[in-house]
Design a binder for this molecule. Structure first.
Ligand SMILES: *[C@@H]1O[C@H](CO)[C@@H](O)[C@H](O)[C@H]1NC(C)=O
Ligand SMILES: *[C@@H]1O[C@H](CO)[C@@H](O)[C@H](O)[C@H]1NC(C)=O
Ligand SMILES: *[C@@H]1O[C@H](CO)[C@@H](O)[C@H](O)[C@H]1NC(C)=O
Ligand SMILES: *[C@@H]1O[C@H](CO)[C@@H](O)[C@H](O)[C@H]1NC(C)=O
Ligand SMILES: *[C@@H]1O[C@H](CO)[C@@H](O)[C@H](O)[C@H]1NC(C)=O
Ligand SMILES: *[C@@H]1O[C@H](CO)[C@@H](O)[C@H](O)[C@H]1NC(C)=O
Length: 426
């Protein structure tokens, strides 16, 4: 399931007095700040866009409608098609990706970085995919505690993963979730040929149809999940990923000392902030080459009244509870929500840019939005020494090694925040 990293210390931020209310499917947001972000906090604006959980929000239509799938191939000569969360208002045609953290382009590749004591990088596609094939040419990061991820994640936490644990460069871990429900049996390892996953390019694909998921490495199907095999006799439901999902690529410190011990163990141990790569280039990193998305047809019985946006029509949040509509996906400002998408249209959106509208922190660093984790380059904001951002960090697996406590902890933390203090001395 998805990990959430956020500061314990939001209150100490000097820039705003806004204290985000936390939310889950059993404790929805109120009408004033109706959107439950991917990070499990209520707000407006960016909280209502990619990752906004309709089941934990004030109502099903609090989150903005989801931009439909677009088949596209991405290369990385520049970051012209990527913007930070504070700039994105839901027009996926204007920006294919939203990101946090420090990202670079080099030789046509995207470099996701994680400087020392940062929370890494999240690079998320703004177009939802409702079945399709995504593929990425990837060199993972390396080192204990460092995890690279390439996943499909829906707003109700259906999820299909590839994860590279930096302590084991001979394999990639795969996993899936249905509505965030944890299950021991969902994970599987694929061993990867060649020298190692850090030095070698490999192409990792997720081929997702209404009937099955295939994990394909370098053109060979290595794992198949059949929908038929996910049927739960008790609930009479297929516990199969089936809702519109976004492609998310990330690099994150699973071995951060403040994480749960089971997570640290899974990640191969505590992260070394003085790793070889940090010494040599200033950060741990993962390298992404060409990424492509091929959209498949939606289910043949899907309710369709347009071709611009997916919406949830019922809180059961199954395949049959999605409809394809002509609803707009674009908020007029960061104060707007799915309930009032035109709010703030006549004012400058920047005036409403605050922590109730962007689920990340102001000032300081932490590596996410502020883009200044490199202490050598920081010359201002010296008063803000404690910082971080709300940030989604790939996923964790239930490896057989994780203890029962960890499993319980993971369960109880679902939809809530895993607090992580990131102390950065500027
Ligand atoms: C979609 O648009 C219709 C008609 O404009 C509106 O009634 C409905 O609330 C919208 N749905 C969402 C989820 O925004
Ligand atoms: C969305 O962005 C595209 C490309 O920049 C632009 O042509 C279009 O007008 C925008 N749509 C809206 C509603 O702003
Ligand atoms: C995958 O590999 C890791 C070690 O690299 C191991 O701990 C885990 O149990 C394996 N998972 C499965 C499902 O075999
Ligand atoms: C099947 O559904 C029941 C009822 O919702 C639930 O209690 C049980 O945990 C589910 N089984 C699995 C394997 O998820
Ligand atoms: C933040 O933005 C919201 C929505 O625009 C607004 O209602 C609120 O007053 C703002 N808060 C601060 C502290 O500026
Ligand atoms: C990071 O900050 C520098 C200087 O403040 C700026 O020039 C650059 O565009 C920023 N990079 C990103 C990816 O935001």
């Amino acid at each position: 399931m998805v990990r959430f990293v956020t500061p314990l210390v939001l209150a100490s931020l000097s820039v705003t007095a806004f204290a985000a209310q936390s939310c889950s499917s059993s404790s929805q947001c109120d009408e004033e700040y109706p959107c439950c972000s991917q990070y499990g906090e209520c707000g407006t604006g960016a909280y209502c866009l990619g990752g906004c959980d309709p089941l934990a929000s004030f109502s099903l239509d609090s989150c903005a409608p989801m931009p439909v799938c677009e088949s596209k191939t991405y290369t990385w000569d520049n970051l012209d098609n990527a913007i930070t969360q504070d700039k994105y208002l839901g027009n996926a045609s204007a920006a294919d990706w939203t990101y946090s953290g420090k990202v670079l382009t080099e030789d046509g590749n995207l470099i996701m970085t994680m400087p020392a004591k940062s929370v890494g990088t999240l690079f998320a596609n703004n177009h939802y995919i409702w079945y399709g094939k995504v593929s990425g040419k990837i060199k993972s990061s390396r080192g204990k505690g460092v995890v690279t991820a390439f996943i499909l994640l829906s707003d109700v936490k259906d999820e299909i993963d590839y994860e590279w644990v930096g302590a084991d460069l001979t394999a990639v871990q795969t996993n899936y979730y249905w509505q965030g429900v944890l299950d021991w049996h969902n994970s599987g390892n694929i061993s990867v040929d060649g020298e190692d996953t850090f030095n070698d390019w490999h192409t990792y694909e997720i081929d997702w149809t209404p009937d099955k998921v295939e994990w394909v490495v370098d053109g060979t199907v290595q794992r198949t999940l059949n929908k038929a095999d996910t049927y739960n006799e008790t609930s009479k439901q297929y516990q199969f990923p089936q809702t519109p999902s976004r492609l998310q690529m990330s690099l994150w410190p699973a071995g951060q000392a403040s994480n749960a011990q089971g997570t640290i163990d899974w990640a191969g141990g505590e992260i070394d902030w003085n790793s070889e790569d940090i010494q040599n280039v200033g950060y741990d990193y993962a390298t992404v080459g060409e990424v492509s998305v091929v959209c498949y047809d939606p289910p043949s019985d899907a309710t369709t009244s347009g071709d611009k946006a997916y919406i949830y029509t019922s809180s059961a949040a199954m395949e049959s509870d999605i409809s394809i509509t002509d609803n707009s996906t674009i908020l007029a400002s960061l104060g707007a929500t799915g309930l009032n998408m035109d709010l703030g249209a006549d004012t400058s959106s920047s005036s409403s840019t605050n922590s109730s509208s962007i689920p990340t922190t102001k000032g300081g660093s932490g590596g996410m939005t502020s883009n200044n984790t490199d202490s050598a380059t920081s010359t201002s904001d010296s008063s803000e020494t404690t910082t971080s951002s709300s940030f989604t960090q790939g996923t964790t697996t239930n490896s057989g090694a994780a203890g029962q406590n960890e499993r319980v902890l993971r369960g109880s933390l679902f939809g809530v925040l895993v607090a992580l203090v990131v102390l950065v001395t500027l």
